[in-house]
Design a protein around this ligand. Sequence first.
Ligand code: ZN
Length: 373
Amino acid sequence: LQPRDFVKGRLHDWYSRSTVAAPPLVSRREFGYGNDVKIEARHVAFRDEREMNYFLRTTTPLFVSCSLAYYETPDGRPMDRKGWQGADLAFDFDAKDYETPCKHPPQLSCGVCMDRVKQECAKLVEEFLIPDFGFSLQEIGIVFSGNKGYHVYVRGERVHSLSGNARKELADYLDGTGLEPELLGLGFSGRAIAGPTPGDGGWRGRVARWISSSLSSAADEKALAKRLGVSLIISKKLIEHRGAVLEGIARGSWDQVAVGLKTWDRVFRLAAVDAALRLDKGCTIDVSRLLRLPGSIHGDSGLVAMPVRSLSQFDPFRDPVAFGNSVVPVVASQDASFTLAGEEFALRSGKRAELPEAAAVYAAAKKLVSEVG
Ligand SMILES: [Zn+2]
């Protein structure tokens, strides 16, 4: 069997015995699907969950996506005939967007890069959505993307009518676009330098906390100079008077030692870049974006794009595994190793191997094998 036919067959089997939960307002969503590329066809609509599942069973696309938006006529085309009524707010995090020490082939992922994505995802929820925007955990949903990332959804009346422009402002806020130290409160107050305190809301507090914690946790002046992007002379001064500087920052007084406004300005910019969120802004801004259908299988991994209850406890190499243990012979097309469902696998290029079905689907979807069966 060709690897792709094998994957399609397994997906067909899985969709035949499973029911994918329809997204809210399913009849007003636009769907898209594809095999060679993620979206070959779009403007597809389903009346209800039954019709959606019938489609998945009979067509069995490798990739299926659903609109964040809901429309009067979701299958209308072109786009402006659909009658846009609103859209969920969504955030896309993918391992490819982060630097990690990973050495595996690019289509694979591992605990290290997936933890990095998780960390950014948690940062969005815990440091931005809840404290800065005032969303509640009930309004926020996290979904494993099915491959190498996570999607965060915010649903409900408070976000549905947000325009593309409003979403762009929101995304700019998250990644710190346009943040100026002056806007964060840094400047002269009389002859003294004043600035934000760690207890302040939003970016003001975030930057003050970043600098405070950098200063209090720095091992030595060299480490601090590197962290803050300042000279060793300044770093040495800050370390010598660490207690006083921290105590000053806690009150919004930024001139306990002779560090000038220009230097703080630079440090603030660096802090803002480091504390900012890294995400694919396109997904947040685009009000007609299609995103992986939660509950469907991702054709590049054979894993379920499943809703995540507890991000910290979610294991992306165990929890979304859809297939079982029956033995499947494969021929590897490249050297690769991966872990799935707690088991480690190592493939040698050109060599035959016997894999449990779940690992065979994963390897075939990841294009690590040339032949199955
Ligand atoms: Zn990795």
